[in-house]
Design a binder for this molecule. Structure first.
Ligand SMILES: Nc1ncnc2c1ncn2[C@@H]1O[C@H](COP(=O)(O)OP(=O)(O)OP(=O)(O)O)[C@@H](O)[C@H]1O
Length: 229
C-alpha cells in the first residue's frame, strides 16, 4: 500500500538546513493499522504529511498503491489525495458556518457528485459515525467527540483506502477518545481501510496493529500493538 524508500525531508531555513526526517525505509501493508508515537518535534507529522502526499520528500521516494508521488504533477497529486486519502486532524478543521451535512458533503460537491447521490452518501455516513439527528447542527453545537466524528465522516466521503489521523483524540476526554478509536478500529477491521495515526497516548496507540516510535527524525523502534492480536 505505502512504500517509503530512503525518504528524507529537509527544510531549508535562513539559519541553515534542518532534517525533519532522516532517510527512512517503511512499508505499510494494505489493511494495516499503524500508530506513530514519539516526542514533540521527532518528525511524526512530517512523516504523516509525506504518507498522504501533502508534501514531497526532499530525497528518496514514496509510492502509494504503486503510484510514485514525486512523479505526479501538483494537480494530479491533489486529485490523488482527494480520492485516496482521508485526513483527520486534532482540531477537527470543520467549517463553522456549515452544517454537519454540508461539512461532510464538501469533497463530494467539489467532485461534482450529483445532489441525490450526495444526500444518500451523507445520510449513510451520519449513521455510520452515530450522529443521527445532527445533520442540520452546526459544529459549535456539538461536543468535541461529535465534531471529530463529523470530521471522520467527511474523511470517508470519497471512499478513501487510507485514513491519516494526526492526534485525533488529542482534544478529547477519555470516553469520546475511545469512541473515536473504536470507530477507526472498526473502519480498519470491518472495511479494510489502512489507518495511520499519530498519537501521544500510549493507550490509544495500543488500538493499532503496529506501533512505530520516532526519535530525532528517524524510526527508533517498532513493536506490535494490541490491535494485531
Ligand atoms: N515547514 C517547516 N519548516 C521548518 N521546519 C519545520 C517545518 N515543519 C516542521 N519543521 C520542524 O521539523 C521537526 C519535526 O516536526 P514535526 O511537526 O514533524 O514533529 P512532530 O513529531 O509531529 O511534533 P509534535 O508532536 O509537536 O506535533 C520540528 O523540529 C519542526 O520544527
Amino acid at each position: 500500500m505505502i512504500q517509503l524508500k530512503q525518504a528524507a525531508k529537509v527544510y531549508e531555513l535562513e539559519a541553515g538546513s534542518f532534517t525533519a526526517l532522516k532517510e527512512t525505509d517503511l512499508h505499510i501493508a494494505k489493511g494495516e493499522f499503524v500508530a506513530i508515537m514519539g516526542p514533540s518535534g521527532s518528525g511524526k507529522s512530517t512523516l504523516l504529511q509525506l504518507l498522504g502526499g501533502l508534501d514531497l520528500p526532499t530525497r528518496g521516494s514514496i509510492a502509494i498503491d504503486g503510484v510514485e508521488l514525486s512523479g505526479l504533477s501538483e494537480k494530479e497529486r491533489t486529485l490523488f489525495r482527494r480520492t485516496k486519502v482521508g485526513f483527520v486532524f486534532q482540531n477537527y478543521q470543520l467549517l463553522p458556518m456549515m452544517t454537519v451535512a454540508e461539512n461532510i458533503a464538501l469533497s463530494l460537491a467539489a467532485n461534482k457528485t450529483p445532489k441525490s447521490e450526495i444526500d444518500v452518501t451523507v445520510s449513510r455516513l451520519i449513521r455510520e459515525v452515530n450522529l443521527d439527528g445532527k445533520a442540520a447542527s452546526f459544529p459549535s453545537q456539538l461536543s468535541g467527540g461529535q465534531q471529530q466524528r463529523v470530521a471522520i465522516a467527511r474523511a470517508l466521503a470519497m471512499k478513501p483506502s487510507l485514513i491519516l489521523a494526526d492526534e485525533p483524540t488529542g482534544n478529547l476526554d477519555r470516553k469520546n477518545g475511545q469512541d473515536v478509536l473504536q470507530l477507526l478500529s472498526r473502519l480498519n477491521k470491518e472495511e479494510g481501510m489502512t489507518v495511520v495515526m499519530v498519537t501521544h497516548d500510549r493507550d490509544a496507540a495500543q488500538t493499532a496493529d503496529r506501533i512505530i516510535t520516532m526519535v530525532d527524525g528517524e524510526v527508533a523502534k517498532e513493536r506490535e500493538g494490541a490491535g494485531a492480536r
